[in-house]
Design a protein around this ligand. Structure first.
Ligand SMILES: [Zn+2]
Length: 388
């Protein structure tokens, strides 16, 4: 049974062959959804007859957001840590270790409910594809169960056993890398599509990151990486060398890093919720875009450094503080995220794409940045089902 959404004031397709500019914008548009796919896109006056019709009443429509970086399998709460940071007070207990302890202590049902709640929260804000990671278990059993739980809620599941060296291995990080690349990978690979590592001073160095990513690749997982977030480092160039799908954060980049990204296929995923929530300098999106790098924009939703599930919020910050135009920010949050997940079926509105569509209570997608913090999402279809 097909449904036509007619009288869309401004439709962003992300397909330049369908409309104006890089976003492929069609004015006075209609979209026909058949099953879980988009069957037709064009001018509203030419929409074919369908069983059902929804009148968009001139609202703008955009592809469902693709959030290619989140950490939703966690337990516990870090309000006190955030409050201390924002109040200029020192806060020693805590960080990721707090979340690891709470996650290990939580039941499967508690973790499942937390993932479900945040996926639903993201969906209400227009996110129709979301990647999520393990990384708060850090034992063979806890990492594997976190991935099993994540896989109930999304196909885009990432094994991040190399998030930090857990306190129980603090004396011997090399033994922890052996665990991650050995028994933990054996237990986790069947439940994940991706392998990730936090390559940063204080976490894992370049050699350790290489060992983790190549071991994962040998088990059929595709690499992605947390890199160059807190300072310069080897992560971005390692990502390009290994053909990683994405290098995430990219806040501190050298000329060589930018050149490597521009010359490779690795997407640069920017996560401004982190800099916002830690009062840190933002990555320079303008520099990457001007160099021809494919940029994705995602939330990094996690209970410590970026507890937002809102892609519209990230779009507004990227426009305000990272040198992106409203068009570029929307592109990065849709087709850019899809590229970071190596998906061509999402992040665009065109015949054959998955029917993921967001209607905005606004005449234009530019309002996502122009009206920061305003709940503009008025309807969401995911795989052809109206969810909001
Ligand atoms: Zn992250």
């Amino acid at each position: 049974m097909a449904t036509a959404i007619t009288n869309i004031g401004t439709l962003v397709t992300n397909d330049p062959s369908l409309g104006q500019g890089p976003l492929g914008i069609i004015e006075n548009a209609a979209v026909v959804i058949d099953g879980d796919r988009i069957a037709w896109v064009g001018s509203s006056s030419k929409a074919p007859p369908t069983d059902n019709r929804t009148d968009a009443e001139g609202r703008a429509a955009v592809p469902g957001f693709v959030d290619s970086h989140s950490h939703l399998v966690f337990a516990g709460d870090r309000t006190a840590e955030f409050n201390a940071r924002m109040s200029g007070r020192r806060y020693t207990a805590g960080g990721i270790r707090t979340t690891v302890a709470a996650t290990r202590a939580a039941s499967d049902d508690e973790l499942d409910a937390t993932v479900a709640r945040h996926v639903a929260e993201a969906l209400r804000q227009g996110t129709t594809t979301i990647e999520t990671k393990s990384g708060y278990g850090l034992t063979v059993e806890d990492e594997a169960r976190c991935l099993r739980i994540a896989a109930r809620h999304t196909d885009e599941v990432t094994f991040l056993g190399a998030h930090i060296v857990p306190p129980d291995h603090a004396d011997d990080p090399a033994a922890y890398v052996d665990l991650v690349t050995g028994p933990m990978l054996d237990a986790c690979a069947p439940h994940a599509r991706w392998i990730d590592v936090f390559c940063e001073r204080g976490a894992f160095d370049g050699d350790q990151a290489r060992a983790v990513l190549t071991a994962g690749a040998a088990r059929g997982l595709t690499p992605r990486i947390h890199a160059n977030q807190l300072g310069p480092g080897p992560g971005v160039q390692l990502a390009v060398e290994l053909g990683a799908a994405s290098a995430d954060h990219c806040t501190y980049l050298t000329e060589q890093d930018v050149d490597a990204l521009a010359g490779g296929s690795t997407v640069a995923t920017l996560l401004p919720g982190v800099e916002f929530s830690t009062r840190s300098p933002y990555p320079d999106a303008r520099r990457l875009l001007d160099a021809g790098v494919t940029v994705a924009l995602s939330t990094d939703c996690n209970p410590g450094s970026s507890f937002t599930s809102s892609v519209p919020f990230c779009i507004a910050v990227a426009v305000r503080d990272m040198g992106m135009t409203p068009d570029e920010a929307l592109h990065a949050a849709t087709v850019g995220g899809a590229a970071a997940l190596r998906r061509t079926d999402v992040g665009r509105v065109g015949e054959g794409a998955r029917a993921d569509l967001v209607l905005l209570d606004a005449p234009s997608h530019v309002h996502l940045a122009y009206r920061p913090g305003v709940p503009l999402v008025s309807a969401v279809w995911r795989a052809g089902v109206r969810e909001v």
